[in-house]
Design a binder for this molecule. Structure first.
Ligand SMILES: Cc1cc2nc3c(=O)[nH]c(=O)nc-3n(C[C@H](O)[C@H](O)[C@H](O)COP(=O)(O)OP(=O)(O)OC[C@H]3O[C@@H](n4cnc5c(N)ncnc54)[C@H](O)[C@@H]3O)c2cc1C
Length: 319
């Protein structure tokens, strides 16, 4: 049965974000021959709309007021898009903005939201959404009794699709007033690649023993190349103050799916693995041959990282 799906898109440097393209991929799979709409808000939104492969219709506003995310302004725009279309399902990224928008939109429309989903399917006319629960130790399944169903979706849960962008672009109103005032902005001190975009992630955990363990891991990253590798961390390492929270991989951190994930001194708790189990290959460097991470790793290197990592660096440098 054709179903209409509305994707709440986000822009990244004037282009649809990677997660937006994944949501459109999910929507295409679900909608059958129904309509796939995408909402894009902020400067350059209508110019970015053609890059939304899989969408049949875009709802855009180029008002730069939307660039600084304020929930009330975005909510009004999404409600306007819903009023113009006839969506059975709304997909929103499980991003900082999406975490706020999902529940607010559900409240506004008198419907329900399932948060942090990894799968959404049309089960014979009923929407079924699944998400990890209890820190990734169980999978919860939700069905919706109200319409439209709303789901926020974890990054990297779906693949983007190739193809044409929307045939129709409908203008949405400007942002208007907001009850939120942004007092100041502190850009994260991000250098180089984003964790989510790196092909190789080298993550350190409590097993590093001290903050300077990350200096050694940075040497490994530099040897692999800063254009494709980046540092990550377990929550234990973040909580110990050894590195920035923005480096945390896992349930309450970033979700990554690189070609190679090198976990150094990380035990492999389910909450950590839910952020990196999508990696194509995992190499674990750990003193404990029985650590849980070994169940996920394609290659396990057993021993003290202080000996293994310098040897790895030397080998990569051809020394
Ligand atoms: C609601 C909730 C959300 C959470 N979210 C996250 C999350 O997003 N991300 C996350 O990572 N965790 C998260 N956690 C925490 C998680 O449960 C674990 O506590 C955490 O991942 C453990 O981090 P770790 O593997 O670095 O430390 P540990 O579990 O202490 O493991 C350290 C490992 O290092 C090894 N080791 C020690 N010394 C060396 C050495 N010299 N050389 C090599 N190996 C060595 C040890 O054998 C051990 O396997 C969450 C927990 C909860 C309850």
């Amino acid at each position: 049965m054709p179903r209409n799906v509305l994707v709440v898109g986000e822009l990244n440097d004037g282009a649809p974000s990677a997660t937006t393209r994944e949501l459109l991929g999910a929507a295409c799979g679900i909608a059958a021959s129904g309509e796939v709409g995408v909402v894009l808000l902020g400067a350059g939104a209508s110019a970015a709309a053609p890059a939304c492969a899989g969408a049949t219709r875009a709802y855009t506003s180029d008002d730069a007021e939307y660039d600084a995310f304020r929930g009330d302004q975005w909510l009004r725009a999404i409600v306007a898009a819903l009023d113009l279309g006839d969506a059975d399902l709304v997909l929103i990224a499980q991003s900082t903005a999406g975490r706020e928008l999902g529940p607010r939109l559900a409240q506004r429309r008198g419907t329900a939201v399932a948060m942090d989903c990894t799968q959404v399917v049309d089960d014979g006319g009923t929407w079924r959404a699944t998400r990890p629960a209890y820190g990734g130790n169980a999978i919860a399944t939700y069905t919706f009794a109200t319409r439209p169903a709303i789901a926020t979706v974890r990054p990297k849960s779906f693949a983007a699709v190739e193809g044409d962008g929307p045939a129709t672009i409908t203008a949405l109103p400007g942002a208007g007033e907001s009850r939120t005032r942004i007092v100041s902005r502190e850009p994260a001190a991000a250098e180089g690649l984003r964790l989510e975009d790196a092909r190789v992630v080298v993550s350190g955990g409590r097993g590093l023993g001290a903050a300077d363990g990350f200096a050694l891991l940075q040497q490994l990253v530099d040897t692999i190349g800063r254009d494709r590798a980046v540092l990550g961390a377990s929550r234990a390492a973040v909580d110990l103050g050894w590195c920035a929270q923005s480096m945390q991989v896992g349930l309450t951190g970033r979700v990554v799916a690189p070609d190679l994930y090198i976990a150094v001194g990380i035990s492999g708790a389910s909450q950590h693995m839910s952020g990196c189990s999508g990696a194509r290959t995992i190499i674990a460097i750990n003193r404990d041959a029985d650590a849980s991470i070994m169940d996920f790793a394609r290659y396990g290197v057993i021993g003290d990282y202080k000996q293994i990592v310098p040897e790895l660096i030397a080998a990569l440098r051809g020394g």
